[in-house]
Design a protein around this ligand. Structure first.
Ligand code: NAP
Length: 490
């Protein structure tokens, strides 16, 4: 069955091209899928445009749109096991992590469904005082959205865009990563099953330059919401400029995890490990930069190193495994190069730094959890996103120094501070230039709270009421309640 979804129909690529999808854990062939080119992307855009300009969806009452999203959440829960399995085969991620992702995905659809079903579309009535007028600000859909997503959390990142885009009444073309197409295909089926009109949701699979770039350039697209790397983000923003599209960018992070000497030691060590090694470090908000107060440094780094050495690697369905492979051979090469550069620049290798010797893992793209100690702010492995299981450790003496080191990055996605002093915790949190700051925690998020970056981690917000507003235009409607001539020119 063909896998592109255009105007409510499943279609093969116009030029007949296909791509092999292989599991990163062992290289096994998962499937061969259609590979869209520019003509397919343009056809999908035309379908989304027609659905927006002539179809019922933008004018469907918000409460009905909300109810459809709640139905999608039910369907996601019904198919949780199959979807989690598909996600793990594409990404190599542990099955249990994919299952958690599925819960978050259903919660996202539920949140935006409930938000608009309850009538909270963000509009308001304006007080005009003595002026006899009915003045109201209303929110309307933006139009056709190009939604471009990465491979690390394929369906979750997609849900963060699809759910608010649909809640607001838009139509869209989705372009997931070429490496992880399967849950996007499944989502199209679920949206159709839930009753979404044809043409509102469209899917093109394929590489960024051939299937994604045409969406960012097309004058029929009104908004581009992109999640991915900084370099691609710059490209997307430039491509959207000539037609002044609305752009939302969710880019990378080089997130500081600051541990003061008075932190709860065992909890901070435990979270420092999860912060960076979850999903082999392929997490935008990974706590890849550990900043430890000088007097705690040795003990803390020893404990984190011991924890990293205990992490057992394995495939998605190995119940003993605690971490999986990297997404591709090319990505592992990149991670290796960052580690080599760090060592050349003076970092001290505490553990990992190489591929595992276990022959059972030889066919997957595995890399051992790595701790690089005695790092300094100028090193490339500290400054740039390796997006792998690599923790850099830096020392600081004072609160002032911790904040300065933490903010010494072009990124501003997330960060954490560990201390038992509430005053210090809030002082540091308020000074960190990051879109999310955790105090004595790492990684949690809820769909009710906004997600997004400062600085070069991007702009625009996902989740929360701002996540919905991202997909809405604002219009002011003024009705004169006592119209009569003004007499200025007559
Ligand atoms: P990427 O290489 O930038 O790709 C992201 C998406 O953009 C993919 O679908 C890609 O297609 C597509 N793309 C590539 N070139 C394009 C172009 N010229 N025009 C339009 N689309 C294009 O990023 P990635 O390696 O998939 O993902 C990892 C990055 O995502 C990391 O930097 C991570 O921090 C970031 N991320 C951020 C967040 C957040 O919330 N801020 C969340 C998750 C991930 P193909 O790859 O299929 O060619």
């Amino acid at each position: 069955m063909p896998e592109l979804f255009i105007a409510g129909q499943w279609a093969a690529a116009r030029d007949g091209r296909t791509r092999e999808i292989r599991c990163p854990a062992d290289g096994a062939l998962v499937a061969v899928v259609d590979e869209a080119g520019p003509d397919d992307a343009r056809a999908a855009t035309a379908a989304a445009r027609a659905a927006f300009d002539h179809g019922p969806w933008p004018h469907t009452p918000a409460a009905d749109r909300g109810r459809l999203l709640l139905r999608v959440a039910d369907l996601l829960e019904r198919d949780r096991a199959a979807l989690a399995r598909a996600e793990s085969l594409d990404t190599g991620k542990r099955l249990v992590e994919s299952e958690y992702d599925l819960d978050d995905i259903a919660a996202c659809f539920r949140y935006f469904g409930a938000l608009v079903a309850s009538g909270d579309g963000g509009g308001r009535i304006v007080d005009t005082g003595d002026v006899p007028a009915d003045s109201r600000v209303v929110r309307e859909p933006v139009g056709v959205c190009a939604l471009i997503t990465p491979w690390n959390y394929p369906l979750l990142q997609t849900a963060w865009k699809v759910a608010p885009a649909l809640a607001a009444g838009n139509s869209f073309v989705l372009k997931p990563s070429e490496l992880t197409p399967h849950t996007a295909i499944a989502l199209m089926r679920l949206l159709a099953e839930a009753g979404l009109p044809d043409g509102v949701a469209n899917l093109v699979l394929g590489a960024g330059p051939s299937a994604g770039a045409p969406l960012t350039e097309d004058p029929r697209v009104d908004l581009v919401s992109f999640t991915g790397g900084l370099v691609t983000g710059r490209r997307v923003m430039a491509a959207a400029a000539p037609t002044v599209k609305k752009v939302a960018l969710e880019l990378g992070g080089k997130n500081p995890n600051i541990v003061f000497a008075d932190a709860d030691f065992d909890t901070a060590v435990d979270h420092a490990l999860t912060a960076v090694f979850l999903h082999s470090g392929q997490v935008c908000s990974a706590g890849a930069r550990l900043l430890v107060q000088d007097e705690l440094h040795d003990r803390f780094t020893d404990a984190v190193t011991a924890g990293a050495e205990r992490i057992r690697l394995g495939g998605p369905f190995d119940p003993e495994a605690r971490s999986g492979p990297l997404i591709s051979a090319a990505h592992r090469d990149k991670v290796e190069a960052y580690v080599a550069a760090g060592l050349a620049e003076g970092a001290v290798l505490r553990c990992g730094g190489r591929r595992p010797a276990d022959p059972a893992l030889a066919r997957g793209h595995y890399f051992l959890p790595t701790v690089l100690d005695e790092c300094t702010a100028g090193m490339s492995v500290v400054r740039e996103e390796s997006f792998g299981p690599v923790l850099t450790v830096e020392r600081f003496r004072t609160e002032e120094e911790a904040v300065a080191l933490a903010n010494d990055t072009v990124y501003g996605l997330a960060g954490a501070v560990w201390t038992q002093d509430p005053g210090r915790a809030h002082r540091v949190a308020s000074r960190l230039r990051a879109g999310t700051v955790w105090i004595n925690d790492f990684h949690p998020y809820v769909p009710q709270a906004e997600w997004g970056g400062m600085k070069q981690s991007g702009f625009g917000r996902e989740l929360g009421p701002s996540g919905l507003a991202e997909y809405q235009e604002t219009k002011h409607i003024w009705r004169n309640l006592a119209p009569r001539p003004q007499g200025w020119f007559s």
